[in-house]
Design a binder for this molecule. Structure first.
Ligand code: RB5
Length: 149
């Protein structure tokens, strides 16, 4: 799989760990920054990653901040992005199976590295189920356009 990854300063320490873990499993990971743990604003990095994912068909994203909350909220403002804030292997698997999520988000201050590995494995191994879930996912763009009936 091809991934774009970005963080803020509060997710920076986990970024290289995630890159190494995925590369060792033969995934491609493109680092969109930041390049140090100097304070930055998570919406700037959410936007970089979200724009890269929507512009590169079939790619996925990983976003990390302190809690995963702010960076996931920001990423979901980009049309075509379904960013899921995950806390464990179950949520990481379900966001692929039912929500066709194209970005996984988590909080460096929330999850340990073992949990991160299990979430990445679940996210990579789970396919979108389609069917009724496909119809629901199609309605998500309608929500963004303020067209929910
Ligand atoms: C930064 O201190 C922190 O607010 C940020 O990383 C994130 O947790 C926001 O949702």
């Amino acid at each position: 799989m091809k991934f774009y990854i970005a963080t803020d300063h509060a997710g920076f320490a986990l970024k290289q760990f995630v890159i190494d873990y995925l590369e060792q499993k033969a995934h491609e990971v493109i680092d969109l920054g930041p390049t140090s743990d100097e304070r930055v604003d998570y919406p700037d990095f959410a936007k970089k990653c979200a724009n890269a994912v929507v512009s590169d068909n079939g790619s996925f994203g990983i976003l990390i901040c302190g809690t995963g909350i702010g960076i996931s909220i920001a990423a979901n403002k980009v049309s075509g992005i379904r960013a899921a804030l995950c806390h464990d292997a179950y949520t990481a698997s379900m966001c692929r199976a039912h929500n066709d999520s194209n970005i996984i988000c988590f909080g460096e201050r929330v999850v340990g590295r073992g949990v991160v590995e299990s979430m990445l494995d679940a996210f990579c191994e789970t396919k979108f189920e389609g069917g009724r879930h496909g119809e629901r996912v199609s309605k998500i763009e309608g929500c963004q356009m303020g067209r929910v009936e």
